[in-house]
Ligand binder design. Structure first.
Ligand code: AMP
Length: 378
C-alpha cells in the first residue's frame, strides 16, 4: 500500500459516519463515478439513503468493521468520533484518509488544544480540569468569565457552561465530574472558518474564508466571503494550511477561528471532515467541499475553489417544524435560494434537518434572501 496511492472513479469509498455530511459526500462521489459504502450504527440514516451500500453496525463490532473494509478500496470519515481501534481494524487492510492519529487529536478538546498550542498556534488560554480543586486553580489562572467545556467533543456547544464572577464553581463541578477543559473567554469581532483540502502529495486547496453566526452555540448563518480585510483573509487561509500541514492531513480540514478586535486569529476548533460552514460551496464555489473531499482522499487533482457568487447559508433546525410541515413553496419562491434536506424523519428541536443557500451580488443581499426564505417556512 503506497501512501500516495490514487483511487480513480470506479473505486469504492468507505465512509464512517451516517449523517448529512456523509450524505452530501455520497452525492458528490457518486456523481463522479465512485461507489460509496457507508458504515454507521444507524439504519437508513441520512448518508445510507444516498449510498450504494450501507452497513448498519456498531463501531465496536470488529467483524463487521473488517468485513466492511474488505468491500472498499479506501476509508474516509464524515464524523471524527470514531474509536481509534475501529480505525486500526480498517487500516489493517485499507488506506485510511485522514489517518487515525488525526481523528484521535480532533476527537478530544484537550488533545486538540495541546496539539495546537504545542505546535505554536494561538488558542484561548486553557487548563485541564479533572476535579474540583483543578477547577479552582484553573479559574485562578484564567480568570472569569470563563467557559467550562467537556473534554471529549460534544456536538454544537453541548455541555458548555459559562462561569461568571460570583458563580458557584464547586456546585457546577458536582454536576459534571468528567474531564473538562476550562477556557478563557475570547472577545471577538467575528467568528470565521476556513476549509482546506490536502492531497496525499501535499497539494492544498483553500476555500474562501467564511463568517459564522451562532445561535445557542449552534451554527445559524454562514456568510461567504467573510466581511474581513484582505490581510486577515490571507492570514486565515495561511493558518488553516499550516495546521493541515502540521497534522500531515490527507482530506479536508475545517478550522474555526475567532477574529479578535486587534486582528489576531485564535483557533477555536478543528474538524477533519466537511463542515457545516462549507455547505454554501455546493452552489457558491467552483468545486464544493464534498467534491474536494473526494478528490483529496482519492489522490486526484484538487478542484478550483474560486467563489462564484457571494453566498449565505442558513441552517434548518427541527424547530422549523414546530407548527407542522414547513411551507416549502413559500421559501422556494425566492428564486436564488436552494433547498437541501437531509432525509431525517424526526424533526427534534435543535436537530439539523437541512439548510438553505442563497446566492446574490453581495453577502448582505444573500443573507437577507436566505433569512427571508427561512422565515416564510413557518
Ligand atoms: P464550540 O463548541 O467550542 O465551538 O463553541 C460554540 C460557540 O461558543 C463558539 O462558536 C463561540 O460562539 C462560543 N465560544 C466557545 N468558546 C469560546 C471562547 N473561548 N470565547 C468566546 N466564545 C466562545
Amino acid at each position: 500500500m503506497k501512501s500516495a496511492e490514487r483511487f480513480p472513479p470506479g473505486a469504492t469509498i468507505g465512509v464512517m459516519g451516517g449523517g448529512q455530511l456523509g450524505r452530501m459526500f455520497a452525492i458528490a462521489a457518486r456523481r463522479m463515478g465512485y461507489r460509496v459504502h457507508t458504515f454507521s450504527p444507524d439504519e437508513n440514516g441520512s448518508a445510507a439513503q444516498f449510498s450504494d451500500c450501507a452497513t448498519a453496525a456498531d463501531y465496536g463490532d470488529k467483524d463487521a468493521v473488517r468485513r466492511f473494509a474488505g468491500g472498499i478500496d479506501l476509508l474516509t470519515f464524515e464524523f471524527e468520533n470514531i474509536p481509534t481501534e475501529t480505525i486500526a481494524w480498517a487500516a489493517e487492510s485499507r488506506v485510511v484518509r485522514p489517518r487515525g492519529e488525526v481523528l484521535h487529536i480532533a476527537q478530544n478538546r484537550l488533545r486538540e488544544k495541546e496539539f495546537l498550542a504545542g505546535a505554536g498556534f494561538s488558542v484561548a488560554p486553557f487548563r485541564r480540569v479533572r476535579n474540583a480543586s483543578d477547577l479552582t486553580s484553573a479559574l485562578e489562572a484564567i480568570g472569569r468569565p470563563a467557559i467550562l467545556k467537556g473534554g471529549a467533543f460534544g456536538y454544537d456547544g453541548k455541555g458548555q457552561d459559562r462561569i461568571e464572577a460570583g458563580d458557584d464553581a464547586a456546585a457546577l463541578w458536582a454536576e459534571r465530574r468528567e474531564e473538562c477543559v476550562l477556557e478563557g473567554m475570547v472577545e471577538f469581532e467575528r467568528e470565521i472558518s476556513v476549509i482546506v483540502a490536502r492531497g496525499p502529495a501535499g497539494a492544498t486547496g483553500v476555500f474562501p474564508v467564511c463568517e459564522n453566526i451562532h445561535r445557542n452555540h449552534i451554527l445559524d448563518v454562514t456568510l461567504a466571503p467573510a466581511r474581513i480585510a484582505p490581510p486577515v483573509e490571507s492570514a486565515a487561509r495561511e493558518l488553516a494550511c499550516a495546521v493541515a500541514e502540521k497534522l500531515d492531513l490527507v482530506g479536508l480540514l475545517a478550522v474555526e477561528m475567532f477574529l479578535r478586535n486587534d486582528g489576531e486569529l485564535i483557533i477555536n476548533e478543528l474538524a477533519p471532515r466537511p463542515h457545516n460552514s462549507g455547505h454554501w460551496t455546493i452552489e457558491g464555489c467552483a468545486t464544493s467541499q464534498f467534491e474536494q473531499h473526494v478528490r483529496a482522499v482519492c489522490g486526484m487533482p484538487l478542484g478550483a475553489t474560486d467563489l462564484l457568487r457571494p453566498a449565505a447559508m442558513v441552517n434548518l433546525l427541527g424547530d422549523v417544524w414546530s407548527d407542522g410541515e414547513p411551507n416549502w413553496p413559500a421559501a422556494l419562491s425566492e428564486t436564488n435560494v436552494h433547498l437541501h434536506l437531509y432525509g431525517k424523519h424526526q424533526p427534534r428541536p435543535g436537530r439539523k434537518m437541512g439548510h438553505l443557500t442563497a446566492l446574490a451580488d453581495s453577502v448582505e443581499a444573500a443573507s437577507a434572501a436566505a433569512l427571508r426564505a427561512r422565515e416564510r417556512l413557518r
